[in-house]
Design a protein around this ligand. Structure first.
Ligand code: ADP
Ligand code: NI
Length: 204
């Protein structure tokens, strides 16, 4: 099967699975991660096809998104075999996504693993990261910010300090690092304006 046809079939499979998600893990997140993984693989001399495919399927076995990650992996393997990927290719894809989606916190060993993890992390920062954080917070009924000490801990704006501002330093590949620095700067700018507007008494 031609690579374009393989990618089109994976895209259709992912569309069916994620098109109605409202937690920031929708089909377009998968698409952005796939395209970014492809770009990073081109720049970093990784395996372009496998990085793009792993980008498409990287959240299939995420325990936040599926009740049974093991079953999700079995189904994914069957699907990938049905579109004529070899056992080696399938095992590589599963290994790549394992540190992104179900062995979180572990460092990927392969270049392809680093690329797909970087692509996923890049989508959590910058303008897209800001939008996804508030979408996620809204989905969980969290306030955007609060002046109550207790509630403040659970506000979405807190997630920037807890996680999003730390991502830049966890990026592994040089190409992704450059993009992360730009996106980080943009988030800092957003946060400074956010707090200015929140604290502004100029209008009242
Ligand atoms: P991953 O992409 O590795 O699955 P998460 O599921 O933790 O990472 O996050 C997915 C998206 O949801 C990210 O954009 C992240 O910033 C956002 N998110 C996760 N937890 C929170 C939270 N507590 N508040 C706001 N956004 C969150
Ligand atoms: Ni993801």
């Amino acid at each position: 099967m031609k690579n374009e046809i393989i990618i089109a079939k994976v895209e259709a499979y992912i569309y069916k699975m994620f098109h109605s998600d409202a937690t920031g893990h929708d089909y377009y997140h998968m698409k952005r991660v796939a395209k970014m993984a492809k770009y990073l693989a081109e720049q970093e001399h990784g395996d372009v096809l496998l990085c793009e495919l792993a980008g498409w399927v990287h959240d299939v076995a995420d325990d936040k998104l599926t009740k049974d990650p093991e079953k999700a992996i079995i189904e994914l393997k069957l699907f990938l075999a049905s579109i004529s990927l070899s056992d080696d290719q399938i095992n590589t894809i599963v290994e790549i996504i394992s540190t992104v989606s179900f062995r979180k916190g572990q460092d990927p060993k392969s270049l392809a693993g680093k690329i797909v993890q970087d692509a996923d992390r890049l989508d959590a920062i910058g303008a897209m990261g800001i939008a996804r954080a508030f979408a996620y917070g809204g989905n969980k009924n969290r306030p955007i910010h609060s002046e109550d000490e207790q509630q403040k801990q659970h506000a979405t704006i807190q997630h920037f300090d807890d996680k999003l501002l730390l991502i830049k330093d966890k990026i592994k590949t040089p190409t992704a690092k450059r993009i992360a620095i730009e996106r980080h700067t943009y988030m800092e700018h957003f946060l400074s304006i956010f707090y200015n507007e929140w604290n502004s008494d100029a209008y009242y």
